[in-house]
Design a protein around this ligand. Structure first.
Ligand code: PLP
Length: 433
């Protein structure tokens, strides 16, 4: 058997190029991170060869004694990492990623066309929380369930809980979803619990973005108030690409969540679990219980605050005015530019972040903001000092975008890009210093 370089130099070369890109760029995408060598070793192991439909001790295939041991260990570590009592909480570690995990929850506790409420995507929510536009039901969640999103108060940038309460009282959802992809603040779980209880709804938290911060107790704990908690495993948690669903063991609203959720994962929506991912996840969850991990998560938050303060000093408007977690959302509209162009310019300087809609945006195609996250560069050892420099780099990029503004957009785009690539572009030198 050959190694990759010999067996397939094309793929080897693409991987090498991607490795260089990851190595050279300033990775500021809030949902990304650099997992450990140990996690990658498990993910790249022979665990990928095995079929093991079912749960530990209850498989549809033979030869699963080691896989059973692995998945049980992963479950135990998942509960321990979030300080959960195994008599009160259970976990399914098989979801293939965050979106499938969410759909598995909906499949478990809802009937088709039941009503759900999640944070609207243009206000920071995720597609899988029921996104739809006036013209189109975009997410499968909004195709199979009736979605009525809640939103932020546009003046404060904070979830409008009063409006959520009023709307929930009228809409009577069966499920309320907390959690977001681009929200720099904590959720008010006690308030959401009250709203859910008043209308007889389940309360689920999708902590995908902040699960590392939750594990390290540097943000509020959703487990105290929610019935179900889902997460991806590859963002702030810094594990392999995957998902988990935590559920209360006691019946909630007459539903045995444990069997409903386990059955929704398999055979409901998935087949054989990705055992190599479960192996990597077990490694990640061991690390998530270490003092170093807590220290890392504290730095993720303090670095993000340093970045936010510097951006405010430089005159930027941040949605909600700052950040309690790992990301900031910059509203560029007061400058008369959009996030798409700033993303593009910064990309050319190997600064990777993403355009993002901000509350009040008219178009999702040309969003008015950028989202910046601290987890990945904190993994690479950045401190507050470097994050202040990052804010300054971003400022340079915005200035270049502003100067280039008369050349953009539309038919002039080519000219604009030529200008950027041929002019003296100081960021490139500075980044590679
Ligand atoms: N939930 C939230 C809050 C997310 O931000 C994301 C991804 O960005 C997901 C779910 C979906 O995860 P995946 O991309 O793994 O399906």
């Amino acid at each position: 058997d050959h190694g990759l370089s010999e067996a397939d130099p094309d793929v080897r070369s693409i991987i090498d190029k991607e490795k260089q890109r990851q190595f050279k760029s300033l990775e500021l995408i809030a949902s990304e991170n650099f997992t450990s060598r140990a996690v990658m070793e498990a993910v790249g192991s022979c665990l990928t060869n095995k079929y093991s439909e079912g749960l530990p001790g209850k498989r549809y295939y033979g030869g699963n004694e080691h896989i059973d041991e692995l998945e049980t260990l992963c479950q135990q570590r998942a509960l321990a990492a979030f300080r959960l009592d195994k008599n009160k909480w259970g976990v399914n570690v098989q979801p293939l990623s965050g979106s499938p995990a969410n759909f598995e929850v909906y499949t478990a506790i809802l009937n088709p066309h039941d009503r759900i409420m999640g944070l609207d995507l243009p206000h920071g929510g995720h597609l899988s929380h029921g996104f739809m536009t006036p013209k189109r039901r975009v997410s499968g969640t909004s195709i199979y369930f009736e979605s009525m999103p809640y939103r932020l108060d546009e003046t404060t940038g904070i979830v409008d809980y009063d409006m959520l309460e009023k709307t929930a009282n009228l809409f009577r959802p069966k499920l309320i979803i907390a959690g977001a992809s681009a929200y720099p603040r904590d959720f008010d779980y006690p308030r959401m619990r009250k709203i859910a209880d008043a209308v007889g709804a389940f309360l689920m938290m999708d902590m995908a973005h902040i699960s590392g911060l939750v594990a390290a107790s540097v943000v509020a704990d959703p487990f105290e108030f929610c019935d179900i908690v889902t997460t991806t495993t590859h963002k702030s948690l810094r594990g392999p690409r995957g998902g988990m669903i935590f559920f209360r063991k006691d019946p909630v609203l007459g539903v045995d969540l444990e069997s409903a959720i386990n059955n929704a994962v398999f055979p409901g929506l998935q087949g054989g679990p990705h055992n190599h991912t479960i192996g990597g996840l077990a490694v990640c969850l061991k690390h998530a219980q270490s003092p170093e991990f807590k220290d890392y998560q504290n730095k993720v938050v303090s670095n993000c605050r340093a970045l936010a303060s510097r951006l405010v000093e430089l005159g930027y408007k941040l949605v909600s005015g700052g950040s309690d977690n790992h990301l900031v959302l910059v509203d560029l509209r007061p400058l008369g530019i959009d996030g798409a162009r700033v993303e593009k310019i910064l990309d050319m300087a190997s600064i990777t972040l993403n355009k993002n809609s901000v509350p009040g945006d008219k178009s999702a195609l040309v969003p008015g903001g950028i989202r910046i996250g601290s987890p990945a560069m904190t993994t690479r050892g950045f401190t507050e000092k470097e994050f202040i420099a990052v804010a300054d780099f971003i400022h340079e990029g915005v200035k270049i975008t502003l100067n280039a503004k008369p050349l953009a957009p539309g038919s002039k785009l080519q000219e604009f890009l030529k200008f950027v690539t041929t002019s003296d572009f100081p960021l490139i030198d500075r980044v590679s210093d």
